[in-house]
Design a protein around this ligand. Sequence first.
Ligand SMILES: [Cu+2]
Length: 191
Amino acid sequence: MKSILFYALSSLLLLSACMAPETSSVEEVEEEVTHTSMASEAAVHLIAVVHPTEGNSASGVVHFDAVEGGVQVSGEIAGISPGLHGFHIHQYGDCSAANGTSAGGHYNPSGVDHAGPEAEVSHMGDLGNIEANAEGIATFDAFFPAVDMGMITGRGLIVHASEDDLVSQPTGAAGARLGCGVIGVAAMPAE
Ligand SMILES: [Cu+2]
């Protein structure tokens, strides 16, 4: 009797031992498939939520959408003075410094001079200027052929106090950083 019970128990254990790895291996495979498809496809919609740096009030949401031949950048930044403000992708997606300097310099993977986005050669991060209205709100929607969605993911987005003159090296003399955001992967907006 004892041996039958032992046999029944041990076969139950054996059965569960056999089933357990099979279940987890299916999960592992599914997880692997998800990771693979994410790694092989560049995101088609990125988003940066801009928060004010210390003592400033620049804030807003900026969308980056993959379109034929480049990237469409659109959004709204509020809380800035009327007029032009330098607007760049910076090297690091790090807004931890109170003044935004932790985001590093302009994102410039080709190691070229600073210029405007319409110049023949410019930093990938050179988005030029945004222009705020009398209420201090800048609304924009512009196309950038040189921006690569995969390369800008996880980097910083900075709104400056002054106009980018598109000439001065290496920053365009755009002054202090009023707002900082991190460019991250977002779901596609509902149509
Ligand atoms: Cu900048």
